[in-house]
Design a protein around this ligand. Structure first.
Ligand code: SAH
Ligand code: SF4
Length: 360
């Protein structure tokens, strides 16, 4: 394969200023990329021709292309992106709140957008409930490829550069297993001359690589942390998430205690609820005890079944009982609405459909 050029979205504003002469042009390039969502250097109208040529010789501008798109009834849109090497990853545009108007017709609030992005093709962690894990690990995404998912989704939906967008690293892959690119993408998202997505609007979700949680904390990016806990004792957690043998629950809790969090924020603990596996009240009690003393909130997630899995979706009443117990004892606890259940909801499922259709 011919050598692949770096993509222009791999660079922070400061790095780009060092690469482009004169450096003020970097701000213009940033604006074309992140405010106008251009897909060719040619479209950068106020950039001199010679510089446009130089840039297109050195850098790529479209590291990913949209190969499939599914819209759900609730407005969420799931995207399948393809890399140069043919591999695909998923991202989802989630509409957390629809646009609403007051009775007099004036705008109450705009839609709230959240983009769920991928950071790897496949994943090494191998959780038994996760479809992404089934394909094993294939590749790390570059920072530019992570950034491009949001840029292309904003472009495709004509989301104005000024509109607020949240980002969750909850698509395919384990962010802390690709920490350099993930950290770089987070910085690029936050650039005030670019998409200006403040770090407190970004959430990195991890299966709990304790040593890397500490490392992420030391980078002091200011992002929110989400821990995919899913079980309250090591024995069950090892069955669901083999990585627990290397990083047990205690090591994760210790790492979280060291993590720098914004005063107004809490660490999110994700708890994937699977029928007859971890949906009992004894687990709820243990979870409460485990999180004692940590500024935390819990997000209960309905397990989303797919062909070939033995795990089942929990009953709504068990979900509610679990939530009520935690809430009653003072823990913030929400239930994640299964956004886009009518499309291929949990990450990994759109890609799986695509591979099946291609006969892979
Ligand atoms: N690797 C990271 C981030 C990506 S996974 C992590 O594990 O945290 C994103 C979320 O999708 C995780 O919380 C995971 O538990 C959840 N998930 C995986 N398979 C699922 C399924 N079948 N149904 C519902 N959620 C699922
Ligand atoms: Fe990887 Fe997260 Fe899936 Fe586990 S749940 S296999 S860590 S993507």
């Amino acid at each position: 394969m011919s050598e692949v050029k770096p993509s222009i979205q791999d660079y922070t504003r400061e790095e780009l200023s060092a690469l482009i002469k004169p450096s003020f042009r970097a701000k213009q390039v940033y604006s074309w990329l992140y405010h106008k969502y251009v897909t060719s250097f040619d479209e950068m109208k106020n950039i001199p021709k010679s510089l446009k040529e130089e840039l297109s010789e050195k850098y790529r501008i479209s590291p990913l292309k949209i190969v499939r798109k599914e819209k759900s009834r609730d407005g969420s849109i799931k995207y399948l992106f393809q890399r140069d090497d043919g591999n695909t990853v998923e991202s989802v545009l989630l509409l957390m709140k629809k646009r609403e108007f007051h009775e007099d017709g004036s705008l109450k609030h705009q839609e709230r957008y959240t983009v769920c992005i991928s950071c790897q093709v496949g994943c090494k962690v191998g959780c038994s409930f996760c479809l992404t894990a089934k394909s094993g690990f294939i590749a790390n995404l570059t920072a530019g490829e992570i950034v491009e998912q949001v840029r292309m989704i904003k472009k495709d939906n004509q989301i104005d550069a000024n509109r607020r967008v949240n980002i969750v690293y909850m698509g395919m892959g384990e962010p802390l297993d690709n920490l350099n690119s993930v950290a770089q993408s987070s910085r690029i998202f936050a650039e005030s001359d670019g998409m200006a997505i403040a770090p407190h609007r970004q959430t990195i979700s991890t299966s709990g690589l304790s040593t890397k949680i500490v490392k992420l904390g030391k980078l002091d990016l200011g992002v929110n942390l989400a821990i995919s806990l899913h079980a309250v004792d090591d024995e069950l957690r090892e069955k669901l998430m083999p990585i627990n043998k290397a990083y047990n629950i205690k090591s994760i809790i210790d790492a979280v205690k060291e993590f720098p969090i914004n005063d107004r924020k809490r660490v999110m603990f994700e708890y994937l609820v699977i029928k007859d596996v971890n949906d009992d009240m004894a687990s709820a009690k243990k979870l409460l005890a485990l999180l004692n003393g940590i500024k935390s909130k819990v997000n209960l997630i309905y397990f989303n079944p797919y062909g070939g899995t033995e795990y089942r979706r929990p009953e709504e009443r068990d979900m509610r009982a679990f939530q009520e117990y935690l809430t009653k004892h003072g823990l913030h606890c929400t239930i994640r609405e299964s956004k886009g259940l009518d499309i291929s909801a949990a990450c990994g499922q759109l890609r799986d459909n695509e591979l099946e259709e291609r006969g892979e």
